[in-house]
Write a protein that binds this ligand. Sequence first.
Ligand code: ACO
Length: 325
Amino acid sequence: MAVIRSVIRGVGAYLPKRVMTNHDLARMVDTSDEWIKERTGIAERHIVADGEFTSDLGIAASRQALVRSGIDPIDIDLVICATATPDRTFPATAVRIQAGLGITKGAAFDVQAVCSGFVYALAIADNFLKTGQFKRAIVVGAEAFSRILDWEDRGTCVLFGDGAGAVVLEAQSQNGSREDRGILATRIRSDGRFEDLLYVDGGPGSTKTTGHLRMNGREVFRHAVQKISSVIEETLVMTGYAPDEIDLYVPHQANKRILDGIAKRLGIPEEKVVLTLAKHGNTSAASIPLALNQAFEDHRISEGKLLLMEAMGGGFTWGAALARW
Ligand code: ACO
């Protein structure tokens, strides 16, 4: 039976010019290149310039995705930006991206699910496209995380970086089989009981300040391996795929040890996992589309490939998406 699927037509990314290495950080806080690499796998990250905003990163990434999709921006009717670091408290960063791309129809809004934001935004866009309410969407993950870090807290400031990635989705009629192109399944979850393990200690509705990121790293680590593994398993069961039938795992890039833990638990071979965090650290909602973009540019992604994306972030929120390119 024919069904509508959200087919990924293009991917793009953007990283700010300035690179901050582990050695640079070791001059700012009591840490070392060895410690950061061994505990996280991160070697460097990109940092926004003064006057460079989340929307600027999102616009640059979206432009590249649009060019690769061959779709004219005026034919886009939905823009969703996943971010925890909006330019302003309001309006939504997505509206600024929409304007920057010259799009004047449809709707644009932000999604706040921190590191899981891209999976959440993809799930929302997919559901809108499948119902026929919109035809073509840009889903952006964009973050200027450097602006909410406590640069004196070595337990957190070494982990994160800035960047953006975007995909262009188009509603297309497919056969309704698991061999279809497009998004085949999404799963999103949250559990607010864990808020205090990872949060920002400010906000317009509480302190009237932006605040800084606070985290219990060890506890986050433990939950990440368990929650991400279980949502991947759920997604596979839902679609009838076995872990070894997935061509490429495109995970949120938080920590190499978290990814190793998940791969070990599910029996995923290392060569099937896209790893980009050495080059840009944890870029929160931007990390999955940045990894997708890297895999696309390395020719690891081509038409017909089956991809599994997954993430966990503050909230906790977590989720997974299965898509055929
Ligand atoms: N440099 C040197 N030493 C450090 C640093 C640093 N940057 N940070 C912490 N340490 C020290 C600690 O003070 C501690 O010292 P102590 O033993 O004298 O008290 C020691 O290193 C060990 O600290 P732990 O916190 O136990 O180190 P751990 O091995 O757990 O690694 C880390 C810390 C990397 C934060 C890890 O817990 C982690 O990755 N957690 C997941 C966090 C994460 O990825 N968050 C991202 C958001 S959520 C997500 O995206 C999934």
